[in-house]
Design a protein around this ligand. Structure first.
Ligand SMILES: Nc1ncnc2c1ncn2[C@@H]1O[C@H](COP(=O)(O)OP(=O)(O)OP(=O)(O)O)[C@@H](O)[C@H]1O
Length: 229
């Protein structure tokens, strides 16, 4: 697994009358396979997740992924750390499913024809056989999220950060995507309100008001949160 370090990280954002700290000083060493971030709305989970691939920049402190500084070596970090958004529309950028996956394969498959064939294989691996010509805008929520996952994994990241990937899905698709994510060989940092999913991870962090309130065994952390949400 990769080693993700946060060293005395804070995040502040500008406000009309100064700045507001949305993540208090946080130091973390994350090397477990599956790590869940849970907590109330607006507590700072997405901020924490987005720090890991540079979508959010630390105001003070450093974030390191396998020794690479996210602020200074962002490109290399983003090759290692894939990001999956709540809404697949945020990351499906090409007209068709095949082209969207192919875009993720352009580093590993420089030849266009081979790339499109490989994209169809990836689609089939994710249960999207025959979806190659479908418009990315015409997919159901579950299909879109599967395609988004296929696209991000096609870039072969060592770490996948997923920000509430099951929130928009119905029960069946939510289970399907949840099981798929927890079964991945890649390291997973999962922001979720699904506490059953969080409890199945290897480590859980409860984020509240921009601080890590609890960190450790998922069953215990989830129980603590359920008792005092
Ligand atoms: N760019 C920004 N500018 C101003 N405020 C921000 C910015 N980004 C986040 N915030 C604020 O920081 C706080 C934490 O936001 P964040 O999205 O990290 O919370 P969250 O725990 O992921 O919430 P949710 O569960 O609702 O998705 C919120 O109050 C949010 O409004």
């Amino acid at each position: 697994m990769s080693r993700i370090l946060l060293e005395q990280v804070t995040v502040s954002v500008p406000t009309h009358d100064g700045t507001r700290q949305i993540l208090g000083e946080t130091t973390l060493d994350l090397s477990e396979h599956r790590i869940a971030l849970i907590g109330p709305n607006g507590s700072g989970k997405s901020t924490l997740a987005r720090l890991l691939n540079g979508l959010v920049t630390a105001t003070t402190g450093r974030v390191l992924v396998d020794g690479l500084d996210v602020a200074r070596e962002g490109r290399d970090v983003r090759r290692r750390v894939g990001f999956m958004f709540t809404d697949p529309a945020a990351q499906l950028v090409m007209p068709t499913a095949r082209e969207d996956v192919a875009l993720s394969l352009r580093r590993t498959h420089p030849d266009k024809a081979a790339r499109l064939v490989a994209a169809d294989r990836v689609l089939a691996d994710f249960g999207l056989e025959g979806f190659g010509d479908r418009s990315v805008h015409g997919l159901s929520g579950g299909e879109g999220q599967l395609l988004a996952l296929a696209g991000v994994l096609a870039t072969d990241p060592a770490v996948l950060v997923a920000d509430e990937p099951t929130t928009l899905l119905d029960l069946g698709n939510s289970r399907r995507i949840g099981d798929l994510l927890l079964g991945l060989p890649q390291q997973l940092v999962l922001v979720t309100h699904d506490l059953d999913l969080a409890a199945r991870c290897d480590r859980a962090l409860l984020v509240r008001s921009g601080r890590i309130e609890r960190d450790g065994d998922p069953a215990e952390v989830v129980e603590h949160y359920r008792a005092a949400p």
